[in-house]
Design a protein around this ligand. Structure first.
Ligand SMILES: *Cc1c(COP(=O)(O)O)cnc(C)c1O
Length: 351
């Protein structure tokens, strides 16, 4: 993971690289991820909400910690804990500014402009108002002006160019501040998108930032389980709830102890594949809450028994592929992997 972060930073030579650790660091465990990124040289961390930010603040007292969802709740909580809100509307700018005046110091902030995603950030009309009221920003320590790309994973996208143009246009007439636009995929759109700070999440965790092209990142997350039962099943028999899978020929069915309660999604029923010793073993029948059934007929009998390890995610293609088979993206898959797995963290040299 640290190597991925470093390789992204190297790719944008000289531009600063943040760590995106929202949703418990994409499900990987922010308590392990954030210190490892810090160790790799990361100094700025983006979280979704105040609680997530507080967890990072407690781990890394000297880090800059940003709250993407904005200035919600009592602004004093941000001041007391030294968290930096991403200001998503003019009202938040005004609130933060009035607290800065009261505190008699420039409070840190990031200003988010909506360049076309229409999710968060100041729309053009509010940016125009801000240009006419420069005093609103004067008492803030505005660290970055940022925006977010809606279609960064579409490398030919006209939408990216539109948002880039809008970003330049909207910043015109505002005082000059460092800027940030690119998420993981945005980094791969080229230097025009890099500005002063890149904000990669998914690629750091091994996801493919360039869908349709080979994954340039190193694999980070693996998921494996041990077979708890094997049975011979004859042709015409069915497997699992709803009897959705009928066997065309006799085979062996292996059952492993994880299911949709662990984020191995029910949508993977009859769609996904695991692997044993590099041999693909398809998921047959419905994924249950706590169990998954696999057709291991392709494997020599002596290669699979109770206790044999099965890889559900391994290598850097399997995460995205598995998500696709479930009709989703690796981001959702990672964040869905629940708290029931024993988690083993290896390498890193960070205690
Ligand atoms: C989640 C997020 C990122 C990181 O996106 P990835 O696609 O995971 O790299 C960057 N910026 C914002 C505003 C985000 O919400």
């Amino acid at each position: 993971m640290a190597a991925n972060w470093r390789s992204l930073r190297a790719r944008v030579n000289g531009v600063e690289c943040a760590g995106i650790v929202k949703a418990n660091a994409y499900g990987l465990g922010a308590d392990r991820v954030a210190p490892a990124l810090w160790h790799a040289g990361c100094r700025r961390f983006f979280t979704a909400n105040h609680d997530g930010a507080l967890a990072i603040r407690n781990l890394l007292p000297d880090a800059d910690v940003y709250v993407l969802n904005g200035l919600l709740g009592d602004p004093k909580d941000y001041i007391e804990t030294g968290l930096t809100p991403v200001l998503n509307c003019l009202g938040q700018v005004e609130t933060w500014q009035s607290h800065a005046r009261r505190a008699q110091r420039a409070l840190p902030a990031v200003l988010h402009l909506d360049t076309g995603m229409h999710r968060l950030g100041l729309p053009p009309g509010e940016v125009a108002q801000l240009r006419e009221r420069p005093e609103l920003l004067r008492s803030l320590d505005l660290q970055f002006i940022m925006s977010h790309l809606a279609c960064a994973d579409d490398s030919d996208g006209a939408m990216n160019r539109r948002q880039l143009a809008a970003f330049h246009q909207m910043r015109r007439g505002l005082p000059e501040f460092p800027a940030s636009l690119a998420n993981s995929s945005g980094i791969f759109l080229g230097p025009d998108y890099h500005f002063d700070l890149i904000r990669p999440g998914y690629a750091v965790y091994g996801g493919n930032p360039t869908p349709g092209r080979p994954n340039p990142m190193q694999p980070v997350v693996g998921l494996s389980a041990q077979i708890i039962q094997i049975r011979d099943v004859g042709p015409g028999e069915t497997v699992g709830y709803g009897a959705t899978y009928a066997l065309k020929q006799a085979t062996r069915i292996a059952t492993i102890p994880l299911g949709y309660a662990d984020g191995y999604m029910r949508a993977m029923s009859n769609q996904a594949a695991a692997s044993i010793d590099g041999v693909a073993v398809p998921v047959v029948g419905r994924v249950s809450m706590d169990l998954v059934t696999l057709d291991i007929g392709a494997l020599p009998v002596e290669k699979a028994h109770v206790g044999t390890w099965v890889d559900l995610i391994r290598g850097n293609e399997m995460l995205d592929d598995l998500a696709m088979r479930a009709g989703t993206i690796g981001y959702e898959l990672l964040t869905a992997l629940g708290g029931r797995y024993p988690r083993v963290y290896s390498g890193g040299g960070v205690s």
